[in-house]
Design a protein around this ligand. Structure first.
Ligand SMILES: NC(=O)c1ccc[n+]([C@@H]2O[C@H](COP(=O)([O-])OP(=O)(O)OC[C@H]3O[C@@H](n4cnc5c(N)ncnc54)[C@H](O)[C@@H]3O)[C@@H](O)[C@H]2O)c1
Length: 391
């Protein structure tokens, strides 16, 4: 029997908004989820206008309060099955808390909130109300991130010695925010972005990529948080040197003034017996480098079940493909994999069954607490001459 299609409600996403676009494509990717309603803008009139102009019919709400108040009254099957929050950082906490209390699962953009304290409050509410909660750390959704995680966490290359996890962009190399550009305006405003622009916006992705691929925790942080453009209120260049839970080290860094870099997120993990390299701009490819000089390229969906370097590759990883190798999977596929995995937990929740939401397939609320603590530790360290700050 065909599955009931899950109904998704949007919070944010009207009028030139950015990240709602890949999300709404990813929601429809498998035919098992669809957007049915939205509170798309902070201005009630514009919220209704943008809903009426949506490319397919959806119900518009003038505010997320109106949407949550009405939806929570509907029985399961008629109400939204989950809400997607794609507003600026300062408008994550309030709707997320209201949704959790209404028993509606939440898929939220990163960073989860603007302070670690708020993130911990959300984590406590998720535990109390037992509602699925996911965070859109996009790059965890790549097949190659899952493959890399298996290689490193299964110890194929020995213990991790040090890693370099980075996210470099160049789009804030001028004072774009002074032109009124929507995305730059709120990201450089501490009231709307939080304690860090570059670290919060993209350093959190580098932090999560490191934790996901290595399975290790960051235990202490030394930070240098810099603002190169005069007059800018928050950082545009963010560098940390971290101690890892296995005694290894990691450079976790980000820049928004690295001209020529677009969305250059990548990770290099140096282990005792070799190193692993991955870049999201070439997301189908994982490279292993061995001391013998051998450099082996593994392409998505083209990995042998028995490999001379890696041994037996888990069947789940071999199967985890949507299209044959060479038909390039990228950003939208990564987002879709996150929604697909979240859907599984939403369905279990609605059937009254245990669900995991444990951060192994998409980031969970506890990952959100950690990325906020990481940002606060980096900022605190930077203010104290880069003294190490414990996480
Ligand atoms: N996962 C990723 O790769 C990724 C990439 C970009 C942005 N993001 C995150 O996504 C979020 C949104 O970023 P963006 O670049 O799309 O921002 P944006 O400015 O393009 O869009 C924000 C949207 O939220 C709406 N909004 C603001 N306040 C609202 C309110 N009270 N009620 C309803 N709607 C409201 C705005 O009208 C707009 O439609 C941020 O938290 C950002 O960090 C994540």
């Amino acid at each position: 029997m065909a599955k009931r299609v899950l109904n998704v409600g949007l919070i944010g996403g009207g009028g030139g908004a950015f990240i709602v676009n890949p999300h709404q494509k990813a929601i429809h990717f498998d035919g098992t989820r669809r957007v049915v309603c939205g509170a798309l803008h902070e201005n009630p009139e514009l919220a209704m206008k943008f809903a009426a102009e949506w490319p397919y019919p959806i119900t518009g709400y003038p505010s997320y309060d109106a949407m949550i108040d009405e939806q929570k009254k509907f029985p399961l099957g008629e109400r939204i099955d989950y809400a997607l929050i794609v507003t600026p950082n300062f408008v994550h906490f309030d709707p997320a808390m209201k949704l959790i209390k209404a028993g509606i699962p939440v898929f939220c953009e990163k960073p989860i909130t603007i302070t670690a304290k708020q993130a911990m409050q959300l984590a406590a509410a998720v535990e109390k109300y037992k509602v699925p909660f996911g965070i859109a750390h996009t790059y965890l959704g790549h097949w190659s991130s899952w493959f890399s995680r298996w290689i490193i966490t299964s110890g194929k290359l020995g213990a991790v010695r040090w890693a370099d996890s980075y996210y470099l962009q160049g789009w804030l190399a001028t004072r774009l925010e002074t032109t009124g550009q929507q995305q730059a305006s709120w990201r450089t405003d501490p009231k709307r972005a939080g304690a860090s622009c570059c670290g919060g916006d993209i350093g959190t992705h580098a932090f999560m990529q490191l934790r996901f691929v290595t399975g290790l925790e960051v235990v202490s942080v030394r930070g240098i948080v810099e603002t190169f453009l005069k007059g800018r209120q928050l950082d545009d260049h963010f560098t940390t040197y971290c101690a890892l839970s296995n005694g290894g080290k990691a450079l976790i860094r980000a820049s928004q003034i690295a001209i020529g870099h677009k969305n250059d997120l990548g990770i290099e993990v140096n282990c005792e017996k070799g190193s692993l390299v991955w870049r999201q701009e070439d997301a189908e490819l994982v490279t292993l480098r061995l001391p013998s000089g051998v450099e082996r390229l593994y392409w998505r969906a083209a990995v042998p079940a028995q490999d001379d370097i890696l041994g037996e590759v888990p069947a789940a990883l071999l199967k985890e493909t949507t299209i044959p190798s060479g038909h390039v999977e990228a950003f939208h596929d990564a987002f879709a994999r996150l929604h697909r995995e979240f859907e599984k937990d939403v369905r279990l929740y609605e059937d009254g069954q245990p669900f995991s939401c444990d951060g192994t397939r998409y980031a969970c609320v506890h990952d959100g607490v950690k990325h906020m603590k990481f940002i606060e530790a980096a900022v605190k360290s930077a203010k104290a001459n880069s003294r190490p700050v414990k996480m």
